[in-house]
Write a new protein. Structure first.
Length: 473
């Protein structure tokens, strides 16, 4: 792979580029492999990719990238300006206690069938779903500046759901999260940590119970969100709007642009004093889907303060965009789905820090006189500036005098991003904090589907509009 990369860099350099890099290799169940070559020539970007790794094809791909860059330079508005970065030589592998690819297909099918059996043993469960996913991605990154980085990433994902149908109504409960379950950059050990079989019957029973539950009321309430729902809230109303390419108008596909214009940096009161959010790709943050040693332009993993005690303090940036916010170095967030996609700014692990004082979920509920506890995302909608949102959850529980009482179906809430985060008045401590994985975040054109991580603990918000998403259902 290093020889293949050197063929591309040699041709790109000989043809007059001022910068070139490449990321080779991507392995999954479908085993995709190839090379992507990104160059700067005449002050503009060019990119080309190939799944043919013969020398002739690789050299032709590099030449095509240079031709594209020179063609692009004819309509450039300004020269590409890269923030300096010391080239690294490194080897890194995701910490992995149990290689998932060393487990047998029979073993994994047996586990899924046990889960399925537990779910369907509950009277009223009409459909059960369970899934397990493993991924191994190996990539080599080399650049004309001298970078030579080899990274191997393992990802494990697992989850299940019980569906209950009655007439025209469908209710669903998922575990440990919706939309594929829990995903982390670690080995098969994740499967054992989640107690999958042990929770299946409860999940099925809750799905059936929701059919007879009362509908979540409408009005303005204090709400408590479980950690997984808060993780998605972070993803949509913090993670996407802090992508600097969206802010600058360089990217607007799928999730639109952003309300976080440059004048808001270090001036906007994004949330209450309890809200501190970081974008952290470092291993010490945890095994998130946004964890790595180096991004896809050779910048080391970093921790960037995004919201600090409520104040908006940072964006997700790249070597090209760093200068627009007065930074002398990239934030290390440029990533590509694979060898045949141009890397773009992506979320790493965008996480809210847990509360500093000991507080469990049950203690948080006990300190709430009147409210609604909501768990597990069911639906979401947010405008193309990432400001006006609406979320629906799978299940809710009424809180009265500090106790969870009746089950509520179709709970939902809505609001404006900054008003919502400023209403946060309590968040649980580290023992309740979980780094959730979002494996299917779409961005770009052609679309790139990437994994991101979001650490969160249950949190309470005051004065939130509830009930509008499922009005009349």
């Amino acid at each position: 792979m290093r020889d293949i990369a050197s063929w591309a860099l040699n041709v790109a350099t000989l043809r007059g580029t001022t910068y070139a890099d490449g990321k080779v290799g991507h392995a999954s169940d479908s085993e995709s492999r190839g090379i992507g070559v990104r160059v700067i020539a005449d002050g503009a970007w060019g990119f080309a990719a190939s799944d043919d790794l013969s020398r002739a094809a690789v050299e032709a791909t590099a030449a095509r990238a240079v031709d594209i860059a020179k063609a692009s330079a004819r309509v450039k508005q300004h020269d590409i300006q890269l923030a300096p970065e010391k080239p690294a030589t490194a080897e890194w592998t995701t910490p992995c206690k149990i290689d998932p690819f060393a487990t047998s297909v029979e073993q994994n099918i047996d586990l899924l069938l046990k889960i399925d059996s537990e779910l369907r043993s509950v009277t009223g469960v009409t459909l059960a779903e369970a899934n397990m996913n493993f991924r191994r991605e190996e990539q080599w990154f080399v650049s004309s500046e001298g970078a030579n980085i080899h990274q191997t990433k393992y990802t494990t994902g697992v989850g299940y759901a019980a569906h209950a149908f009655a007439g025209s109504e469908i209710q669903k409960r998922s575990y440990p999260n919706s939309f594929g379950g829990q995903w982390q950059n670690k080995g098969y050990e994740l499967i054992g940590e989640l107690k999958l079989v042990e929770n299946a019957r409860r999940v099925g029973e809750e799905a059936v119970a929701l059919l007879k539950a009362e509908r979540c009321p409408e009005g303005v309430f204090t709400i408590i969100l479980d950690g997984s729902q808060l993780g998605l809230q972070i993803h949509e109303s913090v993670g996407h709007p802090i992508e600097l390419d969206r802010v600058l108008g360089m990217e607007a596909n799928f999730a639109g642009t952003s309300f976080l214009t440059l004048d808001k940096l270090r001036t906007l009161r994004y949330g209450s004093e309890l809200v501190s959010v970081v974008a952290d790709a470092r291993q010490e943050h945890g095994p998130g889907l946004g964890t790595f040693a180096f991004d896809d332009e050779g910048v080391p993993a970093q921790c960037t303060p995004i919201i600090t005690n409520g104040l908006f303090t940072g964006y997700l940036s790249s070597r090209e965009t760093a200068h627009t916010i007065g930074a002398n170095r990239s934030g290390g967030t440029l990533r590509a789905e694979g060898w045949n996609r141009l890397p773009i700014i992506r979320m790493t692990n965008v996480s809210i820090l847990p509360g500093k004082k000991p507080l469990t979920r049950e203690q948080l509920i006990a300190s709430t006189d009147d409210g609604i506890y909501m768990e597990t995302n069911r639906s979401w909608s947010i405008d193309d500036k990432r400001y006006n949102f609406q979320f629906g959850c799978e299940a809710g529980w009424e809180i009265k005098n500090g106790k969870r009482t009746r089950l509520l179906k179709n709970p939902s809430y809505s609001g404006l991003t900054t008003e919502f985060w400023n209403s946060l008045d309590a968040i649980c401590s580290r023992d309740e904090w979980v780094l959730w994985g979002t494996p299917h975040c779409g961005k770009g054109q052609p679309q790139q589907v990437m994994g991101t991580g979001h650490g969160a603990a249950p949190a309470r918000f005051a004065g939130v509009k509830v009930g509008s998403a499922y009005k009349g259902t």
